[in-house]
Design a protein around this ligand. Structure first.
Ligand SMILES: C[S@@+](CC[C@H](N)C(=O)[O-])C[C@H]1O[C@@H](n2cnc3c(N)ncnc32)[C@H](O)[C@@H]1O
Length: 252
């Protein structure tokens, strides 16, 4: 009798412990989820008269590493125009599968750092595989959100966006956060397919004119400091934070 009472108490205790453990795990899981789920303002469909393009899906990532890309976009020339220096902290924003991240990691060397930001975790997995194969240890993948690239404040020498800005669903939030991440003389570089040029064989929604780029960046606390016009298909525009304008900008 006493023996069966003991057994009943032991099994009741086990059930209670399991229930407590389950409750603890469930609470922690809910907390962890709260931490990553961010309240997003509604995504814009248009900005300053321009229709915003859909995000390129990771299933199409092979297009980014296509064999013809160097010939079509002269990627080496684009990279050289960035004038990256060993030891710099640089961000490849909207890095995709890391087509540009890897050569940039080479250019800044082991004392430098490349923050590779994307909003699609799958793109970061693809980048990770390519970075491991190439043996680069100076790349930090960052899962950004559509309103925040989650970069350190005031540390970056350069932020590169190749074929990315026209996809941003929250341009003002992103422009504000990128400005916050730049050093005072740091540069934001936009590389976009030229809308002005009908010979560039890209859908209109994925092209931008220089006028439109200026219309969007200048009121958001940036000043244009350099332009590079020698790429076959793209504009390359260099901006720096404009502290005076930033005080009045909508993205403050
Ligand atoms: C057309 S791909 C370009 C990839 C890469 N820059 C290249 O040239 O190979 C655009 C990438 O930008 C990313 N993207 C779009 N909006 C973003 C945002 N707000 N923050 C970070 N990445 C973003 C997409 O997920 C996609 O991987």
């Amino acid at each position: 009798m006493i023996q069966s009472l003991r057994l009943a108490i032991r099994s009741a205790t086990r059930v209670a412990c399991a229930a407590m453990l389950f409750a603890l795990v469930a609470t922690n899981a809910a907390r962890a989820q709260d931490a990553v789920v961010e309240e997003l303002p509604p995504a814009l469909t248009h900005y300053q008269g321009r229709e915003i393009a859909q995000t390129m899906h990771y299933l199409g990532a092979d297009w980014l590493t296509r064999e013809s890309r160097q010939r079509e976009e002269d990627c080496d020339r684009m990279l050289a125009a960035l004038k990256l220096q060993p030891g710099q902290s640089v961000c490849d924003l909207g890095c995709g599968n890391g087509f540009y991240t890897l050569p940039m990691a080479e250019l800044v060397g082991e004392k430098g750092r490349i923050y590779a930001v994307d909003i699609q975790q799958e793109m970061l997995h693809l980048l990770d595989e390519r970075a491991k194969d190439a043996g680069h240890a100076n790349i930090e993948p960052v899962l950004g959100s559509p309103i925040d690239p989650r970069l350190p404040e005031g540390k970056l020498d350069l932020i590169l966006l190749v074929d990315v800005y026209h996809e941003m669903s929250h341009p003002e939030h992103m422009l504000r956060e990128m400005r916050r991440a730049l050093r005072p003389q740091g540069r934001l570089v936009l590389v976009e397919f030229r809308l002005e040029d009908p010979e560039v064989p890209i859908k209109l929604l994925h092209k931008m004119s220089k006028e439109q780029i200026k219309k969007e960046l200048l009121p958001n606390g940036y000043r244009l400091v350099e332009e590079y016009d020698d790429l076959p298909w793209q504009h390359m525009m260099f901006f720096e934070p404009d502290t005076k304008a930033a005080e009045k900008s909508p993205a403050r």
